[in-house]
Design a protein around this ligand. Structure first.
Ligand SMILES: Cc1cc2nc3c(=O)[nH]c(=O)nc-3n(C[C@H](O)[C@H](O)[C@H](O)COP(=O)(O)O)c2cc1C
Length: 406
């Protein structure tokens, strides 16, 4: 059940419904009166093929399905956007409309995706209400930091629809009775998986750095898929603005050397997946900001090679049984991946084309080729979450085969 509150982010809940429907979920929508100022019930009716509920005192609805039954019928109640007002009412057990009555009457878990202006979010009253709801067992996803519809910048943006989907999947997964259709249960149960993701930032001086265009989306999706498959996941993430994937231990780092350090601390593991775009080189960072002097020549930097994290893990004394690298290439993708496989000593390379017109860096889709000493398996262009789920399923299979062959 999706409860839609009266916030500007209500339009994103239309996309959330679409994403859930794509994954085979049935979604029943309840709207507050304020929500209907932002999106129409008809839009949700069209997307869900279900009646949209909004009236506590509707004689017809009450006769067809009473509000108590409605509150118990769902596997999970998701409130998105969760307005400051809804959080306040829920925290205090008020039930002056259908949405809050369902929240009080339900026997299921509740997941809130707050969305509001940053001052509203940071207000002590809202923070008290959130703490109360968390204390009562409610789950939360977001809010994220970023630019608001009102033009201010800070925490309060609703989590993106796919982040909410991941939180829903994690909530259903942790409730052993339930799961979204198609979720492979337990293929990596009892395993430890270490994933790296995102770019690294290599400092030039205290205010400048060298970076790359990696968004961290693919690595995060892999971490989330591995957690969903039952693994204990350590995600070592470079600087990105994405929310942490649910159910993972996240270590945030900035530079390649910090990433290596965090990975070495996280080992031993059964599987290592190096999806991060680690900078090959750094400069020796200046301790103070490099000043632009009138008439002086531009500074010249010489690059120093960074440690090769993938090769280090592949040759470590406590080498994970499966070491998987990513090859982001702009030409001769498979040939470069084959060469990287041999040079780094890993078991598998996931190669992808990141040339500008591929839209892979920062985009939501990826076209992956799995290169191993047994050959190449090419997948069509797929959403990064789907690539992640397929990859995790393949790795679980390869791990089982390796162990059986031993
Ligand atoms: C243009 C506009 C945008 C709003 N956006 C938000 C918002 O993002 N988050 C929020 O908590 N309230 C927002 N509000 C205020 C809520 O709509 C208001 O508190 C309402 O009573 C919430 O009702 P509900 O919680 O029953 O949906 C907004 C109001 C207006 C006029």
């Amino acid at each position: 059940m999706l409860i839609v509150g009266g916030g500007i982010a209500a339009y994103k809940s239309l996309d959330l419904v679409r994403r859930l429907r794509e994954r085979g979920a049935r979604v029943r929508v309840v709207m507050t009166a304020a929500a209907q100022q932002f999106v129409t019930p008809l839009a949700f009716v069209s997307l869900t093929n279900e009646k949209v509920y909004d009236d506590l005192f509707s004689a017809t609805d009450e006769q067809e399905m009473g509000h108590i039954q409605l509150s118990r019928d769902a596997d999970l109640i998701v409130v998105a956007p969760a307005t400051a007002h809804l959080l306040a009412r829920a925290a205090h057990g008020l039930c002056d409309d259908l949405a809050t009555t369902l929240l009080l009457a339900t026997d299921k878990r509740t997941l809130y995706a707050p969305a509001m202006n940053l001052r509203m979010w940071l207000a002590p009253a809202t923070q008290r209400n959130v703490a109360t709801l968390k204390g009562d067992g409610a789950l939360f996803v977001g809010p994220n930091s970023g630019e608001m519809a009102c033009g201010e910048y800070g925490p309060g943006r609703m989590a993106e629809p796919l982040e909410i989907v991941a939180a829903i999947e994690a909530a259903l997964q942790s409730d052993t009775r339930l799961s979204l259709p198609g979720a492979e249960q337990g293929a990596l149960a009892g395993r430890h998986v270490v994933v790296t993701s995102g770019p690294t930032h290599e400092a030039i001086d205290p205010v400048r750095y060298i970076a790359n265009r990696s968004s961290g989306k693919q690595g995060r999706a892999i971490a989330a898929a591995a957690a969903k498959a039952g693994a204990r996941v350590t995600l070592v993430s470079g600087p990105v603005t994405l929310a942490d994937p649910p159910g993972c231990d996240v270590v945030r780092i900035e530079s390649a050397r910090e990433m290596l350090d965090a990975v070495e601390r996280a080992l031993p593991a059964d599987i290592f997946i190096g999806a991060a775009a680690v900078a090959d080189w750094r400069v020796e960072a200046a301790a103070q900001k490099i000043k632009k002097e009138q008439g002086a020549a531009a500074p010249v930097f010489s690059l120093v090679e960074n440690p090769d994290i993938l090769a280090r893990v592949a040759h470590a004394p406590n080498r994970p049984r499966l070491v998987v690298g990513f090859a982001a290439e702009t030409s001769d993708v498979i040939a470069h991946a084959r060469e990287k496989l041999a040079r780094k000593g890993c078991d598998l390379i996931v190669a992808n084309d990141v040339s500008e017109d591929s839209g892979v860096f920062g985009g939501d889709e990826n076209e992956a080729h799995l290169v191993s000493r047994f050959g190449v398996e090419s997948w069509p262009r797929l959403r990064k979450e789907v690539v992640a789920e397929r990859l995790v399923a393949r790795l679980a299979e390869i791990l089982r085969e390796k162990e059986a062959a031993k």
